[in-house]
Design a protein around this ligand. Structure first.
Ligand code: ACO
Length: 426
């Protein structure tokens, strides 16, 4: 469809332009709707609203397609590294060998975290959720690393710092939470190997880096690297539209990702599977509960706002589960349970009717568990992976010539004007 669409309001006809994307997705541009007609559009949850034009990620929920800068995620998962994919997302093209080496060197230069930040970590109450800690600490980075002289320098260095330091900060929070000595990043290790080493190396048991696990972690993070205008990315763009610094915008993204309906689902899936296991493995009961409209329970790791087919990321992670568990010689009963639950749900009329398939979070917790990542760190792992996407989307939004402060409107449904009632009359 091209050209304009006509809308008729009380007999008057208005023409609104149609916008078409490179893959044929079509939108009505309602930017002047209120000016022309006095009406606004109402779309709770933005289910039918495009908030921007973007050239970063393409997904087709009906066909189960996901591409970063045009490249299918399956190809990146097989051939790329997380750092290369991050470069692709942020800069729009794959790096040359020299560019990739330069990025790796920069990451090494910026991988350390200000020593004073350790004091903050130590003062969070025991049992604090790592996502709350990460969100606060990322916001605090601005205080430790003040604004740089030029906008270009500020953006380049801030982006490098974030990508490199968030990984260090995540591992550091784990070590401190366990009362262990913090392990520093090593310049001789790759991004993913470094993370595993910072997590699991101890003075009494040096960590033995396993290249298969490094590859699995690269794949895991590539699969999480971007997903166009999801809840946390929209939070980054929305908060960023007020022209806050990048640390603050990313901190908002981390907070948004935390929720169980979004990135927190990977933790929720393992908790759900463990409960089913404790219930004697009765997954049919969980399916029945998920279908019961009077019960708020949902099958975690199932369903997606955009995918109405199998999530392409879930397909890769499911395969990865088998490979990682085999390599580590782990027999995880939760993987068997997850597979049985998936099989039963996919045959169930309710799940068929609602197009509910496993999403990226359904199998990811099982891989992370096998790697030794504690359950409450799962969403932090997602956040590290999503960082390049958030940065790329933020960068695109601030460079956008059509940029505007994000400020939706509303339909007010509260009380009409009334007078203030003094305390003794209430
Ligand atoms: N189990 C049972 N029913 C479900 C599920 C589920 N997992 N997901 C959706 N439904 C049903 C809803 O009950 C609703 O039914 P109704 O229309 O009869 O009331 C219908 O499907 C539509 O659900 P909505 O929440 O309106 O659809 P939305 O597009 O907003 O849902 C969401 C997307 C939030 C992800 C949902 O599928 C869900 O809650 N899934 C479980 C949590 C989860 O796995 N989240 C991770 C998503 S991936 C990510 O963000 C990284």
């Amino acid at each position: 469809m091209t050209g304009n669409v006509k809308i008729v309001i009380n007999g008057d006809t208005y023409e609104l332009p149609v916008v078409v994307g490179t893959e044929g997705e079509t939108a009505i541009d309602i930017g002047r709707l209120r000016q022309m007609t006095g009406l606004i559009a109402l779309d709770p949850g933005y289910a039918n609203t495009g908030s921007c034009k973007s050239s970063i990620t393409f997904m087709d929920g009906e066909k189960g397609i996901l591409r970063y800068r045009g490249i299918p995620v399956e190809e990146l998962a097989e051939h790329s590294s997380f750092i290369e994919t991050s470069y692709l997302l942020i800069n729009g093209v794959l790096p040359t060998k020299e560019q990739l080496n330069q990025v790796s060197m920069l990451f090494n230069d910026h991988s350390l975290v200000h020593e004073d930040m350790q004091i903050f970590y130590q003062n969070f109450p025991r049992g604090s959720h790592p996502m709350g800690i990460l969100s606060s600490m990322v916001n605090a980075l601005r205080s430790f690393y003040p604004e740089l002289q030029t906008i270009e320098e500020e953006i380049n260095i801030t982006v490098t710092r974030l990508l490199s330091k968030v990984r260090t900060m995540a591992a550091m929070s784990y070590k401190i939470s366990r009362g262990h000595k913090v392990v520093y990043p090593r310049p001789d290790l790759s991004y993913c190997a470094n993370f595993l080493n910072m997590m699991f190396d101890t003075p009494v048991r040096p960590y033995d880096i396993d290249e298969d696990l490094v590859k699995a972690l690269n794949t895991f993070w590539i699969l999480h690297a971007d997903h166009e205008q999801n809840c946390s990315t929209s939070a980054v763009r929305l908060v960023g539209s007020g022209r806050v610094n990048l640390y603050a915008a990313i901190s908002a993204g981390i907070a948004a990702l935390w929720g169980p309906l979004h990135g927190g689902a990977n933790q929720a899936v393992i908790e759900m599977l463990s409960e089913i296991q404790e219930d004697g493995g009765n997954y049919q009961r969980a399916i029945a509960r998920a279908k019961d409209k009077k019960d708020p329970f949902r099958l975690m790791g199932f369903g997606h706002r955009v995918y109405k087919a199998y999530d392409p990321r879930a397909k890769i992670i499911k395969k990865m589960c088998d490979q990682v568990l085999l390599k580590l010689k782990i027999a995880d009963p939760l993987l068997d349970l997850a597979k049985e639950l998936e099989e039963a749900a996919l045959k169930d009329d309710y799940f068929i009717e609602y197009n509910l398939y496993p999403n990226v979070d359904f199998y990811s917790g099982i891989v992370l568990r096998a790697m030794g990542i504690p359950t409450n760190m799962f969403t932090v792992m997602f956040a590290i992976g999503r960082l390049p996407g958030w940065i790329a989307q933020w960068k695109e939004s601030i460079d956008d010539p059509d940029w505007k402060l994000s400020r939706p409107r509303q339909i007010y449904t509260g009380s009409g004007k009334k007078r203030y009632t003094p305390m003794d009359e209430r």
